[in-house]
Design a protein around this ligand. Structure first.
Ligand SMILES: [Zn+2]
Length: 271
């Protein structure tokens, strides 16, 4: 399966000279199986560029959301296929604590955005999943709950005999009761070929940002190591994290087993 990163930044888009190389768009990742089936993870501002690339054909698109915080849905009003006549778009929302399955369209009410969902030329359906495991074409998907305000879903996705886990936004050790414990995370990501995990914070961000729903880079690295993950990608970079700081983090973990990469916009991986 091919993995391409269109947005890797947490919380808010961060254009500017300090974030040019790693990128300032909020989360969006495209998975493509060997047979060419595609699955879009999250709809941050990165989905805008992806949308332009997807205009060349007219196949049904599937968008899998982790949760509905703004940085994970705010790109959808600018997703060109949503305006493509007859284009089918299926949206699978994350499992949040409160029912909010159509938030991605609700943001397009007149108060926040001028074009209403009813004016979109595409055919959009929102299909919340009841079970925590399902097959979607080439992709076998498992989910579990994120430790994040309002919760949401982490996904383990198998295709072509390879497995990827997408775990953002997630606080591995939240104050209070965790929705998913460390032991359960170890089981969920055990042995995956590629783990994409939230690493928004550093030790210097704590304890101020405890309970905000993100992990420290070091915690994600420890999880990946203990779980026998084959490759780790640190994702959802903090808005204040500059290219130079991300370079330093990459250097800090160079030679680490498993290998640790800092997610970068435009990066393509295969697993
Ligand atoms: Zn969030």
């Amino acid at each position: 399966m091919q993995i391409k990163f269109y947005g890797v930044r947490g919380s808010v888009p961060t254009p500017g000279p300090d974030t040019q190389r790693y990128g300032g768009n909020t989360p969006c990742v495209l998975l493509t199986s060997q047979s060419g089936q595609q699955l879009i993870l999250d709809s941050g501002t990165g989905i805008r560029q992806l949308g332009h690339e997807l205009m060349a054909d007219n196949t049904e698109l599937v968008l899998l959301l982790s949760h509905n915080h703004w940085d994970h849905i705010q790109g959808f009003p600018f997703f060109a296929p949503a305006y493509q006549a007859g284009r089918k778009i299926r949206i699978i929302p994350g499992k949040t604590l409160q029912a909010e399955d159509d938030s991605i369209l609700k943001q397009m009410c007149g108060e926040f955005f001028p074009v209403a969902p009813q004016q979109l030329a595409s055919v959009i359906r929102i299909t919340p999943m009841v079970d925590d495991q399902w097959q979607l074409g080439d992709f076998l998907i498992h989910r579990c709950q994120l430790n994040h305000p309002g919760a949401g879903s982490a996904y383990r996705i198998q295709a072509d005999g390879q497995t990827l886990a997408y775990v953002t936004d997630n606080e591995l050790f939240p104050p209070g009761q965790a929705l998913t414990s460390k032991a359960e995370w170890l089981e969920f990501v055990c042995g995956v070929d590629l783990l994409i995990h939230d690493g928004q914070y550093l030790e210097t961000d704590m304890p101020h940002k405890e309970g905000w729903g993100h992990s420290m880079v070091s915690q994600a690295v420890t999880l990946a190591t203990e779980a026998g993950v084959k490759n780790l990608v640190i994702f959802s970079h903090d808005p204040t994290r500059t290219d130079e700081e991300l370079d330093r983090l990459a250097t800090q973990f160079s030679g680490h087993e498993p290998p640790v990469l800092m997610a970068m916009e435009g990066m393509e991986l295969w697993c």
